[in-house]
Design a protein around this ligand. Structure first.
Ligand code: FAD
Length: 506
């Protein structure tokens, strides 16, 4: 006999930033008209609106809900992103690239980067491993083309994501969601009513007096966590001792002559500065730790290092790195900044939103709202946060900079055992022990290890046992193929102009 089943009839989303509208878009696509979806947002409160850089899985999200790439880039004044250039992180005057894609190409049972490590330690290859990344080869030449599906070609070894204007993105998703039946209510939530008998959220009341009831509430209200924390007091796990930055000052500026197909992150005295090129402007921000720099100094540093004239007043955002202790509590699921924030260094926030939504769809409750589903959702989400957290901490920990207090603090700080374990494997044996389900796979870890001057004592043992493989010859062939492939690609600006030029482009 099957259990009685009573599907959800109403979902209420509180918040209309990227999290709210991504949730509305994906739920309306997945549930169709089977359930009413209402989104409440307040123009008076506004959004964070600075999430402008993404990682490749965003493409899967767009494809899943049927968003065409060219339309998406055009409507969000976006550009392509092949990875992140990290400047001055390991030490001043040094830079490396974290690419979206693999290094070299596979020609044996042993991964390319392990052979590269063997040759590099033996002194038979010069230069950084970046030289074998298609993403970096394209990025430094300012080129872009889509990857090719034929896995025998070097053009199949890279991946890409997007930069876009977060305000235009929310507006785009709003049109998308409203056309699929999502109802939007403008207003400020002033009260959250909780049922006496079980502590479930029953309704929210807007400043105009309207009471909006629902069965499932999604908290997309941003850092304040209006429902998950304000009403349910789910608690917050603070990670500032590992990820100490707690402020960002952000400002858009006029676009420079080049539209680079990558994000730049430049380490500064008390944090780091982002540079994100869009078709109509460049996004900039200085993420910093308030213990080591004043807001005025941080703003001055940012304003003195822009590509062009500032297009708005600089805006400071405050945050506490960490995560909600429960992401799903009773009949409320926190998605977006209300769920946690680990700082924007590797552009993972929109990704966490995307996976929060997909996980919710996979574990969608019925009106019984089983705590077992919440338990599974919370366990999976916590693991995902922790894996990303460790990858971010690595950037701060693995620095040789000792010119400023922040960097001295970070290089000396205790790190999670999970990260320590990974670093020991790499340092001692050149081995990568990222779990296969990790968002950041082996090439990402190796990019940051090597980029931040962690040199392994030896290459993995297997590389020494395959002396008959003609590694040097294969590496030369790969290098030649990369040069030829990049030569034939169009400049990024031309690619955008031809396929997805925004009406706002300058
Ligand atoms: P918000 O944008 O804050 O939206 C909250 C919504 O809730 C708003 O619509 C607001 O009006 C509404 N609201 C709040 N209270 C009420 C109320 N009482 N009544 C009604 N409505 C209410 N992510 C990336 O992936 N890449 C990046 O490059 C990136 N850069 C970032 C840089 C910085 C400095 C920061 C702080 C974040 C960055 N992020 C980035 C994160 C990204 O901006 C957010 O994850 C994303 O925008 C989602 O935010 P949100 O929708 O959760 O919150």
């Amino acid at each position: 006999m099957t259990a009685e089943f009573s599907p959800l009839k109403s979902i209420v989303i509180v918040g209309g930033g990227s999290a709210g509208w991504m949730t509305a878009a994906a739920l309306s696509d997945a549930l169709g008209k089977a359930c009413s979806i209402t989104l409440i947002e307040s123009e008076a409160i506004g959004t964070v609106g600075v999430g402008e850089a993404t990682i490749p899985p965003i493409r899967t999200f767009n494809q899943r809900i049927g968003i065409d790439e060219a339309t998406f880039i055009k409507e969000t004044a976006g550009s392509y992103k092949l990875g992140i250039q990290f400047v001055d992180w390991a030490r001043k005057g040094h830079s490396y690239f974290h690419p979206f894609g693999q290094y070299g190409a596979e020609f044996d049972k042993v991964p390319f980067y392990h052979y590269w490590m063997r040759e590099s330690l033996a002194g038979t290859v010069d230069g950084p491993i970046d030289e074998f990344s298609m993403c970096w080869a394209m990025a430094k030449a300012g080129k872009f083309a889509h990857p090719e599906p034929d896995r025998r070609k070097i053009q199949s070894t890279f991946d890409y994501a997007y930069h876009f204007d977060a305000g235009l993105y929310a507006a785009f998703l709003r049109r998308f969601s409203e056309s699929r039946g999502v109802k939007r209510l403008e207003g400020k939530v002033v009260e959250v009513s909780v049922r006496g008998e079980d502590g479930f959220i029953e309704a929210v009341t807007l400043d105009g007096g309207e009471r909006v009831g629902g069965e499932l509430f999604i908290d997309c209200s941003g850092f304040r966590g209006l429902l998950i924390e304000g009403a349910l007091e789910a608690g917050y796990e603070n990670w500032q001792h590992w990820l100490p930055c707690d402020r960002a000052v952000a400002v858009p500026c006029a676009k420079g002559p080049e539209i680079t197909p990558y994000t730049r992150s430049t380490a500064k005295e008390a944090g780091w500065q982002w540079r994100i090129p869009l078709q109509h402007r460049t996004g900039n921000g200085y993420v910093h730790c308030s213990e080591f720099i004043s807001e005025d100094e941080a703003t001055e540093t940012l304003m003195n290092s822009l590509d062009g004239e500032a297009q708005a007043d600089p805006r400071t955002l405050r945050f506490v790195t960490g995560r909600r202790k429960k992401f799903w509590d009773k009949n409320c699921v926190a998605i977006g900044l209300s769920a946690g924030f680990m700082e924007p260094l590797e552009s993972t926030s929109l990704h966490l939103i995307q996976y929060g939504i997909l996980r919710l769809i996979a574990l969608l409750p019925d009106s019984e709202m089983s705590p077992l589903l919440a338990q599974e959702y919370n366990a999976q989400t916590a693991t995902e946060y922790e894996r990303i957290r460790d990858f971010l901490i690595l950037h701060y920990k693995a620095t040789t900079r000792d010119d400023a207090e922040l960097w001295r603090y970070c290089s000396a700080m205790e790190i999670p055992d999970s990260l320590q374990y990974k670093m020991e494997h790499f340092r001692n044996y050149g081995l990568l022990v990222a779990d296969e389900r990790e968002l950041f796979a082996n090439p990402s870890w190796i990019a940051v290890y090597l980029g931040q001057d962690i040199v392994p004592q030896r290459a993995p043992a297997i590389t020494e046992m395959r002396s008959s493989v003609p590694v040097a010859e294969r590496m030369q062939m790969i290098s030649n193929a990369m040069t030829q492939a990049v030569d034939q690609m169009p400049p990024h600006a031309d690619f955008l102009a031809r396929h997805c030029r925004s009406p706002l482009a300058v």
